[in-house]
Design a protein around this ligand. Structure first.
Ligand code: HEM
Length: 262
């Protein structure tokens, strides 16, 4: 048996048809089924996902602090420079979020078939039809399963709404940011946002209320990803290493163009 440099014996790899084995001394069950590894998310998408996630956490915390500085401890709120730090963190995270949006925008055209515009938004007749069928499936009305490897139409709709919300946050954020210097480039470029919403107080209101959308989306997103990871092997790791395992021998709507349903 081969050994690691540390001298720990290396178990033979467990093959789909092979016996149950041990991984890092832990017994593992005999693998069942045949799986193939599909590469979905390229590095720019994975990087922008995690940068956007981190930015959003910072934006939500610092944003609520800006909106109501005393929701944290009195000392922090009245400390010599705390509010300014919060604003600085908010703006840095805000511009980072905008940078990730630009990467995503470019990748809507440059990405692979799982990342492109047509895979992210439910715009194809095929996906719109399957969107309805998925609603019937989840309502226990239509038993037939609809398998996608990338985003299924319900996910497409969900992510479309996140992107729309993020664009509104960026536009209202930039308009608020521009008010610091009314003769500056930012205000000159985004004053129309204030006109569109009917004044700055409403811009602020929209910016504040939409924060709750992200507060609902983020825990739901984490729950669904973890849950689907139990059923689809490697769904969670696909946004870290780019790929996941899918059952071989099936037709997938977005992986086999001739397939319509399974
Ligand atoms: C998911 C993204 C974002 C979230 C959750 C968020 C959240 C918030 C919240 C809750 C507030 C306080 C609103 C209030 O007064 O009650 C705020 C203020 C603000 N946000 Fe955002 N924001 C986001 C993105 C952005 C972006 C992209 C920018 C642009 C740079 C931005 C710029 C601002 C500005 C300028 C203010 C007002 C700061 C002040 O009055 O000192 N935000 N944000």
């Amino acid at each position: 048996m081969t050994q690691l440099a540390s001298g720990i014996p290396l178990e033979p790899p467990v093959t789909p048809d092979g016996p149950a084995g041990r991984i890092l001394q832990h017994p593992v069950g005999k693998p069942q089924g045949h799986y193939e590894w599909v590469y979905l998310w390229q590095l720019p998408i994975r990087a922008m996902h995690w940068v956007a996630a981190a930015s959003m956490v910072v934006l939500i915390i610092t944003g609520f602090y800006i909106g109501r500085p005393y929701f944290m401890t009195q000392t922090l709120a009245t400390g010599s420079f705390s509010f300014q730090w919060m604003r600085l963190f908010h703006f840095v995270a805000g511009f980072l979020l905008i940078a990730t949006a630009l990467v995503r925008l470019y990748w809507l055209v440059a990405g692979n078939k799982f990342e492109r515009f047509t895979a992210l938004f439910p715009v194809r007749p095929r996906d719109l039809k399957n969107l309805w069928r998925m609603i019937l499936h989840y309502s226990f009305i239509d038993r037939r399963e609809i398998r996608y490897i990338g985003h299924n139409p319900l996910q497409q709709l969900n992510y479309t709404s996140v992107y729309v919300a993020a664009v509104i946050m960026a536009l209202t954020g930039l308009a608020l940011y521009g008010t610091a210097n009314p003769s500056g480039l930012v205000w000159q470029s985004f004053a129309w946002v204030a006109d569109l919403f009917g004044g700055l107080p409403r811009v602020r209101l929209v910016h504040h209320v939409l924060t709750w959308y992200f507060l609902v989306f983020i825990p739901g997103h984490i729950y669904f990803v973890l849950r689907s990871d139990l059923y689809e092997v490697g769904n969670l790791s696909s946004i870290i290493n780019g790929g996941k395992f899918v059952e071989a021998g099936h037709d997938y709507i977005d992986h086999n163009p001739s397939a319509t349903t399974t």
